[in-house]
Design a protein around this ligand. Structure first.
Ligand code: M6R
Length: 613
């Protein structure tokens, strides 16, 4: 949450900062701001705006600003203080000579604020961040350098931060520091870029360094010097960025979400490409190869995540239990560390995260580390915190996902769980033939996804009928129960319609009371081993006049007699069905939201990576 950008070099910093913010806008869009230092006068200026980056861009265009080749910028997801201009970053000291952008939370801000207030400091905003800039100012006033002042200030902070700081007193440098919130420095020729993630660096440079927690870096246009918080020098490893500009642009699609739904033909393929060993009926996953035996001998596997990634974990649980015979548990990362979880070194824990930055998932991972479990990451974003801090792991290779509603990352997570199930299963009791069947079916998925995407117009027409719905119920059984949860999450997060997912059989234990002619019920009802049971549930809804949409098998003509609308999808084996059955639900939510005139890529109150607890 919140995106940070910085630039120092020879070019005009402002367009670089604004473009960088646009690329990070998915991290928050409550307000935006920039601060730059003029090349001639060495004076700092700041412009802020409530709302989206485009508003800031308009304001910047209407303002005369000196040419400046150093600046910092921020797009905000509000935590402390409502979205407003005074609460927007960059925050500054009284003389407006020192500016700071921050991603994270200063937990002890009241304490620091009280101390500074006693020393005569006044505050203009309600944010925790302003406290930090004033604290740095207090150290500069005692004669310290900017670097030392930042170091002394962050030593007093409890909480999380990714910060970038500029000052008129030392106008040739940006100081950045990280604890708990991501920061990356892009290395150019005679210039450096700072960003919360590599998306903002693409097209500028392909070389970067990732900051680790507790690091503080002094960045000038020609060099950077990294230190620990205790002022020891650190040598950083330069890494390559492999993402191309195309991958983060919307292309001809009206929304990133639609683009990403359509990309699933390729992203699913990319997730298994080069990872299938058909002759041996197994998978090759380089990231966990050396510890695959240890996973296969685990007493238990625990999957921990939030949101859509947690739903992927539920499907993963079904797969892993069925094909490895190892007991599996799925835990909300946000709950994990607030109990006394029974986890030890005989357990393998997978932390699933598209962004690899989700604060709750990272925190759960740290707790599991303390308890000696084998820590594995299952991330999409390469070089993200979870990927870097796990002992081993598997990238899902879905490619950049920018729409706030997760789509292609989910289906890729499921592909990876299928591969892990085959790999670990083959080390236990899974037969060659069964392993090969799963792998053959995996290979057939991209074509089947193409077939499902051809139903887009039909799904759009169905969506039209439900634009005014107040509620939705999603029901599925077995492997399709997590799909019901995911379908409901997609609907509520982008269309703001209340939606709930349930195991179909649970309906009669309560939710059935909600059913009347105004309640749309989406059944995920492919022809599988629980089909007859789901049909019984459909009958129960029909008897109470609920409006039924069914996701059904392409050869199922019987179901049409029972339901109002059916969306027919190709068959596959049970474990892989969620990869297909979720796609019509993504499209349904998308079209309902578009028809309601909502911003599907940036739904209200949400951000793509939730880096606060
Ligand atoms: O990046 P992560 O996978 O860790 O994110 C977890 C959730 O915040 C995320 O899935 C969220 O629920 C999405 N908005 C769902 O579409």
């Amino acid at each position: 949450m919140c995106g940070i950008v910085g630039y120092i070099g020879e070019k005009n910093s402002i367009p670089i900062l604004v473009e960088g913010l646009k690329r990070l806008e998915y991290r928050g869009y409550d307000s935006a701001g920039i601060a730059v230092i003029s090349n001639d006068s060495k004076k700092a200026t700041s412009i802020k705006s409530l709302g989206k980056v485009s508003k800031l861009e308009d304001k910047v265009e209407q303002t005369e600003i000196d040419l400046s080749s150093i600046g910092i910028a921020h797009t905000r997801w509000a935590t402390h203080g409502e979205p407003s201009e005074p609460n927007a970053h960059p925050h500054f000291n009284k003389n407006k000579t020192l500016y700071l952008v921050h991603n994270g939370i200063v937990e002890n801000y009241s304490e620091i604020k009280a101390k500074l207030t006693k020393d005569g400091y006044e505050f203009e905003s309600e944010t925790d961040t302003e406290v930090l800039v004033q604290l740095i100012d207090s150290f500069i006033k005692k004669g310290n350098t900017l670097l030392k002042s930042v170091r002394l200030a962050i030593s007093e902070v409890t909480g999380t931060y990714g910060i970038a700081v500029i000052s008129q007193t030392e106008p040739d440098k940006i100081i950045v520091a990280k604890k708990g919130s991501p920061l990356v420095i892009g290395i150019g020729n005679g210039e450096h870029f700072i960003a919360s993630d590599v998306n903002a660096l693409i097209g500028h440079t392909s070389r970067c360094i990732y900051l680790e927690d507790g690091e503080i870096v002094e960045v000038t246009k020609d060099k950077f010097a990294a230190h620990t918080i205790d002022d020891e020098d650190i040598k950083k490893e330069v890494e390559e960025i492999s993402v191309e500009l195309d991958a983060i642009s919307k292309g001809d699609y009206p929304h990133y979400m639609l683009k990403e739904i359509y990309e699933q033909v390729n992203s699913v393929r990319d997730s298994f490409r080069g990872r299938i060993l058909m002759d041996e009926g197994t998978a090759k996953l380089g990231g966990i190869e050396r510890i695959a035996e240890r996973i296969a001998n685990s007493k238990r596997i625990v999957l921990s995540a939030c949101g859509t990634s947690w739903h992927a974990g539920l499907v993963g649980e079904y797969m892993l239990e069925q094909f490895t015979g190892i007991p599996v548990e799925v835990d909300y990362a946000s709950e994990f560390r607030y109990r006394n979880p029974i986890v030890d070194r005989k357990d393998s824990m997978f932390f699933i995260s598209q962004s690899g930055e989700t604060a709750d998932t990272l925190a759960a991972m740290k707790e599991a580390k303390r308890r000696d479990a084998l820590i594995l990451g299952l991330c999409n974003v390469v070089g993200s915190s979870i990927a870097r801090e796990s002992e081993a792991g598997v990238y899902v290779h879905a490619g950049p996902e920018i729409g706030v509603a997760s789509t292609k990352a989910f289906t890729s997570q499921l592909v990876v769980f299928a591969l892990i199930s085959v790999l670990v299963g083959r080390k236990r009791h899974l037969s060659l033939i069964d392993g090969q069947e799963i792998l053959h079916e995996l290979e057939s998925l991209p074509k089947k996804i193409e077939q499902i995407l051809k139903l887009n117009n039909q799904i759009e027409a169905i969506a039209e009928k439900f634009v005014n719905a107040q509620n939705f119920l999603y029901l599925g059984r077995g492997y399709n129960f997590p799909v019901a949860l995911e379908g409901a999450l997609k609907m509520k997060e982008i269309s703001y319609i209340h939606a709930e997912g349930y195991p179909a059989a649970e309906m009669k234990h309560g939710p059935i009371a909600l059913i009347d002619e105004n309640m749309p019920v989406v059944f995920i009802a492919p022809k599988d081993s629980v089909y007859d049971k789901v049909i019984t549930n459909i009958e129960e809804v029909k008897a109470r006049k609920g409006r039924i949409i069914a996701i059904a098998s392409e050869n199922d003509t019987e179901i049409d007699k029972l339901v109002d609308y059916s969306i027919k999808i190709p068959d596959t084996i049970r474990m892989l069905m969620p990869i297909l059955s979720v796609i019509p639900l993504q499209l349904l939510a998308y079209h309902v939201a578009v028809k309601k005139g909502l911003n599907v890529d940036q739904p209200r109150n949400l951000a793509k990576s939730v880096t606060v607890e």
